[in-house]
Design a protein around this ligand. Structure first.
Ligand SMILES: C[S@@+](CC[C@H](N)C(=O)[O-])C[C@H]1O[C@@H](n2cnc3c(N)ncnc32)[C@H](O)[C@@H]1O
Length: 307
């Protein structure tokens, strides 16, 4: 008789999250009360958007660490989506963790930036406002064309798009880019709606993504110029897809260094150095896990320099 595979349970998921942080499962289970958006500086100014929104009765809260990011209560989402700035693509709904991670990439105006896993393109739009050129890579055809449409509607002129597998980009472009962002495909634990159950979650899915992420982080690092910086990020909590991937890069490349991330955020936790039977370099304590709260989704990011 064929052996039956044991299905992962909610209890398994809860135990894993609580081993990372005793409150993580509760935080993830608490519904968000707020959402955030960013002004598309390729099209307009913050002041113009705020004036238009005010005329339509929408007054968002500012975000202290990003002048073009704003927060609104969930109840105002429909009003924002129907507003003139939103329909004119002058604002882009984007989570605060994503905005924070993207603006943490140190970019100078003359830089050529690689976004190695780019669709739907929210982070590339941020890089395009700060750099001279952005290369956005996405292998999935549907997501690729959705991303191209997003860039066209946002009136961006300096993003080149590539329908390619990010794992092999370094072969065509070794040591090419001034800065690299890898928003890796992941098991997306931060987007699990606990109220609906954990239908698509399983440890096997985590291991599958971890393997792909290790190939992608090598490609990202190899594509980066010496002296440059990159960010590795995921929207998942699993250490196998986060600290373990950064640790893997460090073990392969002595010239890879984890750099500190400056912030005043309360809802964060530094990277962990022990997980199940694994131990990671103490360097990974400089990486950051975002804990979900009223507006932030869960996230993980590491800032890595290439000597
Ligand atoms: C987390 S999403 C990126 C979100 C995007 N950076 C943004 O902010 O709008 C990860 C993306 O990686 C893509 N992906 C999957 N496998 C990939 C690969 N081998 N190389 C590059 N990208 C890949 C997925 O299709 C997905 O669009």
């Amino acid at each position: 008789m064929a052996k039956q595979k044991k299905r992962a349970t909610l209890e398994d998921f809860k135990n894993r999250l609580e081993s990372i942080n005793p409150n993580l499962f509760n935080m993830l289970s608490t519904p968000k009360t707020h959402f955030s958006f960013r002004v598309n500086l390729n099209r307009t100014t913050v002041q113009e958007v705020l004036e238009k929104l005010k005329q339509e009765g929408i007054e968002p809260q500012s975000v202290e660490w990003c002048k073009e990011a704003f927060v609104l209560s969930i109840e105002s989402r429909e009003a924002l989506v129907k507003s003139t700035p939103y329909t004119a693509k002058e604002v882009y709904i984007q989570n605060l963790s994503s905005i924070f991670a993207a603006i943490s990439l140190k970019i100078k105006p003359e830089f050529w930036v690689l976004d190695l896993a780019a669709a739907p393109g929210g982070k590339s739009l941020i890089f395009s406002e700060r750099a001279s050129k952005v290369s956005a890579v996405e292998p999935d055809k549907n997501r690729f064309f959705m991303m191209k449409r997003n860039f066209k509607e946002s009136l961006v002129k300096n993003i080149q798009t590539y329908n390619k597998d990010g794992r092999f980009i370094y072969k065509a472009c070794p040591e090419w880019f001034d800065a690299v962002f890898l928003d890796a495909p992941c098991s997306s634990e931060a987007h699990i709606d606990i109220a609906k159950g954990i239908t698509w979650w399983s440890p096997r899915r985590i291991y599958k993504f971890a393997k792909l992420q290790k190939e992608l982080i090598i490609s990202a690092f190899e594509s980066l110029k010496s002296g440059g910086e990159m960010i590795y990020a995921t929207c998942t909590f699993a250490p196998e897809e986060n600290e373990a991937v950064v640790n893997y890069l460090l073990s392969k490349y002595p010239n890879a260094k984890v750099l500190p991330i400056e912030h005043n955020l309360q809802n964060t936790q530094k990277g962990i150095t022990k997980w199940q039977d694994e131990e990671y370099s103490s360097e990974v304590t400089k990486t950051l896990r975002f804990l979900p709260n009223k507006a932030f989704s869960g996230f993980y990011m590491a800032r890595i320099g290439k000597e």
